[in-house]
Ligand binder design. Structure first.
Ligand SMILES: NC(=O)c1ccc[n+]([C@@H]2O[C@H](COP(=O)([O-])OP(=O)(O)OC[C@H]3O[C@@H](n4cnc5c(N)ncnc54)[C@H](O)[C@@H]3O)[C@@H](O)[C@H]2O)c1
Length: 258
């Protein structure tokens, strides 16, 4: 008998080698899903897939650049060949560039951010949608936006624009795919302790001060933990959220409540 909150489902998680993607892949596997982990970072991604397999879960790693349509076509084909179907897509891969002033911002940095964070999500929908629909029993797409997809941030205009784009791309997809019972929702994390945030703080002039300043913007008085986002991913992937589509799940320690 299948046990677990997402037992019997096949989930594809992008950017699964690190941070929120890694924790989401672990938890989806622990709750019974067969998980395809994809990332540009092959060694770390394969390492996590091995960890899940050794723990008795179902996992398969594929190298994947989410900006490449050819990569998406290969990833979807291999997923269906390996596990027979696709039910859940977690569009998680993303990059953050901060400290970029619009007076001097390069077009290259703008395009790179939009390519990964927004084109990547579009391509995920475009290539996975038909495969999920072919399964005939609906599905769930979970797009990682950010609090910075709901409010602006000086120095992170491209990041904020990309994540704001994800918010409305999510709602449009939810409306198109509601008749297919493919639900599409976005998650909006506050600052979570992952390598991405560590890098942002590392690049700041005074990392410790910057960390305290960021913590101070969260009324709960701390950064979030990857588990606190991964639990929401499992909820949205599972049938527990069966009446939820086009929704924006804000998990930010109160950041955007003020
Ligand atoms: N950590 C936070 O505070 C936070 C807050 C809000 C939103 N988010 C979003 O959550 C997602 C995950 O963030 P994280 O903190 O775990 O970041 P992370 O940097 O720890 O992990 C991101 C992963 O994405 C992969 N990646 C980057 N570009 C890629 C590409 N072109 N193709 C495939 N994989 C690629 C990286 O190799 C890495 O493994 C991102 O979309 C991020 O914007 C994070």
């Amino acid at each position: 008998m299948l046990t677990g909150r997402v037992a019997g489902k096949v989930a594809l998680v992008t950017g699964a080698a690190s941070g929120l993607g890694a924790e989401s892949a672990r938890r989806l596997a622990r709750e019974g899903a067969a998980v395809v982990l994809t990332d540009r970072a092959a060694e770390a991604g394969q390492g996590l897939a091995d960890e899940i397999l050794n723990a008795g879960g179902k996992a398969h790693f594929l190298t994947h650049d989410v900006t490449s349509p050819e990569d998406w076509a290969r990833v979807v084909e291999t997923t269906v060949q390996t596990f027979g179907r696709l039910d859940v897509l977690v569009n998680n891969a993303g990059i953050a560039m901060t400290g970029l002033d619009l007076m001097t911002h390069s077009l290259e940095a703008w395009r790179q951010t939009l390519a990964v964070n927004l084109d990547g999500v579009f391509l995920g929908l475009r290539y996975c949608g038909p495969a999920i629909a072919a399964g005939g029993r609906g599905g769930s797409v979970i797009n990682l936006s950010s609090i910075l997809g709901k409010v602006g941030s000086a120095g992170a205009a491209a990041y904020s624009a990309s994540k704001g784009g994800v918010l409305l791309l999510t709602k449009s997809a939810a409306l198109e795919w509601a008749p297919l019972n493919i639900r599409v929702n976005s998650i909006h994390p506050g600052y979570i302790d992952t390598p991405m945030v560590a890098q942002v703080l590392h690049n700041a002039e005074n990392g410790n001060e910057a960390r305290q300043m960021i913590i101070g913007r969260h009324p709960l008085g701390r950064l979030g933990e990857p588990r606190e986002i991964a639990d929401a991913v499992v909820f949205l992937a599972s049938d527990e959220s069966s009446f939820m589509t086009g929704g924006e799940l804000v998990i930010d320690g109160g950041y955007t409540a003020q």
